[in-house]
Write a protein that binds this ligand. Structure first.
Ligand SMILES: *Cc1c(COP(=O)(O)O)cnc(C)c1O
Length: 222
């Protein structure tokens, strides 16, 4: 089943879109099955679970942290995590940077932006993010490469609402790219990942400009 799900999803997204297989709650066996299919990027939302699985699975897996993280959980994943999608405050950004510096590495991070109607979703406000960037608040935070944005849409069947939110995030992504291009601290490849889209809305997200989708239940089964 995982084989078919994987092939279906892979064939429904363009080659430039990266698939993050969301493996939270999944067993090591299920992850191994997908690994055998060729998948190398896995996303977890709990640091403890990521650490436990990382120890048991092949070391060429790239682990992505996708869920909200307390700063006291940062240290346990920092030695190996490939990307953190859920950096949702300046405080956490600085904390992640300081931890990375402490162990002598740099880590790729995405800034999570809040556009959903639910108040419970974490993240920067769109205006706040543009302001931070243009005021230099995101410059020179050692230990992190800010490589893009992550967002989640409102949990609803109303695809018009979801589309409007995805389009807003894509707009913000383009604005951030052009602002970042003017700042030496962001030289190099800069802002290049837009992580949005899950099982229920990943096709729509890709239509709206996403180039990184985080798919769990559709891949592994609920
Ligand atoms: C669980 C989760 C996903 C995947 O959700 P599915 O609907 O199972 O595809 C994506 N992103 C985040 C942040 C998640 O917590």
């Amino acid at each position: 089943m995982i084989h078919d799900n994987f092939q279906n999803i892979k064939s429904s997204i363009p080659n430039n879109v990266t698939l993050v297989a969301v493996s939270k709650f999944q067993t090591v066996e299920a992850i191994t099955c997908l690994y055998t299919e060729g998948q190398r990027i896995f996303g977890e939302n709990r640091p403890q679970e990521m650490v436990a699985k990382q120890a048991l699975l092949p070391h060429d897996i790239q682990w992505h942290q996708i869920g909200h993280m307390q700063s006291n959980k940062v240290r346990m994943i920092m030695p190996f995590v490939a990307m953190i999608h859920s950096v949702d405050s300046l405080e956490l950004l600085r904390f992640v940077g300081a931890e990375a510096v402490r162990i002598g590495r740099r880590v790729d991070v995405l800034l999570q932006v809040h556009v959903a109607r639910e108040e419970s979703k974490h993240g920067f406000g769109p205006e706040q993010l543009l302001q931070h960037l243009s005021q230099g608040m995101l410059d020179d935070i050692h230990g992190v490469n800010i490589v893009g944005l992550m967002a989640m849409a409102t949990f609803t069947d109303d695809m018009a609402v979801v589309r409007a939110e995805f389009e807003r995030v894509h707009q913000l992504y383009l604005q951030m790219q052009s602002l970042a291009a003017q700042r030496p601290a962001f030289s190099g490849d800069g802002i290049r990942w837009l992580s949005m889209g899950m099982s229920g809305d990943y096709r729509l997200a890709v239509e709206c400009g996403s180039n990184m989708v985080r798919v769990g239940s559709l891949l592994f089964g609920a």
